[in-house]
Design a protein around this ligand. Structure first.
Ligand code: GCW
Length: 617
């Protein structure tokens, strides 16, 4: 039997005889009934709508019944029942379970021409003009089902670098068709909008958010959208960042811009997700990791209640490891959302096995999920047969959904769940989970250990380019060398003697990070410029430790290869071969990282690499 890489973690065995007892209901309830009738192996299962339960997508599942306030709760409960069944696990005591975040959203960076920014798994499943038939709708329906199975309830369909054209009647039509497919699965559609849209489309002379004609245009646009899509979620906006237009172009603030859009959406219940990923505008020249706080801090309290400020987990840009973004410490009156990157732009793309749940858990260690209103993940979905490129990249989509539902689940638990559903219960799930949960640290080790950041090649962000500054690159995008290596040391001084980025952190982190002696090793070169022979807590010098970590990263990838060989008999040939080939590519890339980076830094340190390596000079 051919392996169905397309099926992701939804590999239930059909039984077609299940006894499901359910009330009359709408299309969402029908989906729950259909799924269970097809795949439920146990005795009779009752679906019960109970208006006394909370109206928050939650449910109670106890092995005999699923109880929820709403139909979507029943659908989520149905997937929970099937998930537990697939793992041959115990349903437990049947407590009430509900999602932590009311909005659990995938952000697609899909362009209207079908390409995907930072996408490594084919073309857009939404904007493929050549499809638009039954096959197109079917693929979107499968996508909806997959998301519903992990509780995701929103999709931003297009790139944050947004084409104004997405707001024309033609595209609203497409978006409406997509919304109709997603709706029964409890998923709302959202759009990224270009702040300059009314002007760019030729309707107004300006895009000034305080201009009457601009305000009117956005109101009417919102009305037009809601007429077609009554449950439309709202807008996501990247303004005054990396060349995108925004309120600064007219001397206005982010609050002026966001509020104008929020007012257009409010009568319909829509929201604005305004991104804080801004740099090189008002605070051009300032240490880039400080700019979000500098731009937004004074606006706290000035946003409408239907605006959510959306920030990346780290203050720079989705690096393999960053300290948490201090914007989360600085906006007490503004609803906030975190944006994770599921697509592996900076973590080996679709070529490296890197399981990202540990990175997201690390963020939640510093920023309480209780303080967030929404969670967004930059999607890794494309029209490739297996959706995500690397078979293990599917686990990042899965983990994002599971953490959006319950951020207290452990990385290991989620990995085990995913493995048994994806590869069956015969596979050595402990071994695979071990490999997955250590893979992010391995990636940090062979790319950028000890707090190093942005040693990536300027454009594609896959391989290393430590001397990446070129005169033609915009300076604010790529200041000369974040690593600041010189003969006396390495690292970016962001302590009080440097750019003082530490001052944006709450205590105890401000003091902890500020002091070289207490700064955790994993953030050392993010916050400090340190001599090559500096003695670390483990007694090694910085240079020796740096070398050791690059080598360790490689050893880890080699250990994954060995492990993958061991589980070979437990895995279908097609996926085994695919992953095996990719592990080879990953090893080669890791070696390239080690060689390029150590050779480059050795020019400054002038110290020997004490490791027995044949392939490094
Ligand atoms: O990570 C960077 C990416 C850009 C992206 C930008 C952003 C969509 O390299 O491709 O643009 O961040 O998040 O806006």
């Amino acid at each position: 039997q051919a392996e169905d890489g397309h099926a992701l973690w939804l590999r239930y065995k059909p039984c077609n005889k299940a006894n499901i007892i359910a009330p009359q209901g709408g299309p969402t309830l029908q989906l729950a009934v259909d799924e269970l009738q097809r795949y439920w192996q146990g005795p009779a299962l009752k679906l019960i709508l109970n208006p006394n339960l909370k109206d928050d997508d939650g449910f109670i599942y106890d092995g005999d019944s699923i109880c929820a306030h709403s139909e979507i709760g029943l659908l989520y409960g149905a997937y929970e029942a099937l998930r537990i069944q697939a793992q041959e696990a115990d349903p437990g005591l049947g407590g009430y379970t509900a999602p932590k975040f009311p909005r659990r959203i995938l952000d697609h960076w899909d362009n209207l021409d079908g390409t995907i920014e930072r996408g490594y798994a084919g073309r857009s499943i939404f904007f493929s003009a050549h499809l638009k038939g039954q096959a197109w709708a079917n693929r979107i329906k499968e996508y909806a089902r997959v998301n519903a199975s992990i509780g995701l309830n929103g999709s931003v369909l297009n790139n944050v670098n947004a084409a104004p054209k997405v707001l024309t009647a033609e595209y609203i039509d497409t978006v409406c068709m997509i919304a109709n497919v997603l709706r029964p699965y409890g998923i709302k559609v959202y759009l990224s909008v270009n702040f300059g849209s009314p002007k760019a489309l030729g309707y107004t002379k300006t895009a000034d958010p305080l201009d009457k004609s601009v305000i009117k245009w956005w109101r009417e646009k919102a009305n037009e959208i809601y007429k077609r899509i009554p449950d439309f979620g709202g807008f996501l906006v990247k303004a005054n960042s990396e060349g995108q237009p925004g309120p600064f172009d007219y001397g206005r603030t982010h609050a002026d811009g966001a509020n104008m859009l929020a007012d257009a959406l409010a009568p319909h219940g829509g929201i604005v997700m305004w991104r804080s990923f801004v740099y090189g505008a008002k605070h051009k020249g300032e240490d880039r990791v400080k700019q979000a706080v500098s731009e937004f801090k004074d606006l706290d309290g000035l946003f409408r209640s239907n605006v959510i400020l959306q920030s990346k987990n780290g203050p720079l840009d989705f690096q393999p490891r960053e300290p948490y973004a201090p914007i989360f410490d600085n906006m007490s009156k503004t609803p906030q959302a975190v944006e994770f990157q599921i697509t592996q732009e900076y973590t080996g793309q679709s070529k490296h096995l890197v399981y990202l749940a540990p990175m997201w858990k690390e963020f939640f260690y510093f920023v309480s999920p209780d303080s967030l209103k929404a969670i967004a993940g930059v999607s890794n979905v494309g029209d490739d047969t297996n959706w995500c490129g690397h078979p293990f990249s599917q686990a990042n989509w899965y983990a994002f959904g599971r953490l959006a539902w319950n951020p207290s689940l452990s990385s290991d638990f989620i990995a085990q769940e995913w493995i048994s559903q994806t590869f069956g219960n015969e596979v050595d799930s402990y071994a695979l989970a071990d490999m997955m949960t250590t893979s992010r640290e391995a990636c940090v080790n062979y790319m950028m250990p000890l707090g190093l950041h942005h040693l990536f090649a300027f454009d594609h962000h896959y391989g290393p380019e430590p001397n990446g500054f070129k005169a033609e690159y915009p300076l604010e995008w790529c200041p000369v060398y974040y690593h600041k290596a010189s003969k006396d040391g390495i690292g970016f001084d962001r302590s009080s003697t440097g750019t003082n980025a530490v001052s944006q952190y709450r205590e105890p982190y401000r003091s902890l990070y500020n002091d070289l002696k207490t700064c955790p090793d994993e953030y050392l070169l993010w916050f400090h410029h340190v001599p090559w022979d500096y003695k670390l807590r483990n007694g090694d010098t910085l240079w020796d430790e740096l070398c050791a970590l690059y080598y360790r990263g490689i050893e880890q990838v080699i250990s994954y290869q060995k492990l993958w060989n061991k589980v070979r008999p437990q895995i279908d040939r097609e996926r085994w071969e695919h992953v095996n080939t990719l592990l080879g590519v990953q090893l080669e890339s890791a070696e390239q990282w080690r060689d390029t980076i150590l050779r480059y830094f050795q020019q400054f340190s002038k110290l020997p690499i004490k490791y027995a390596y044949t392939d490094i000079a």
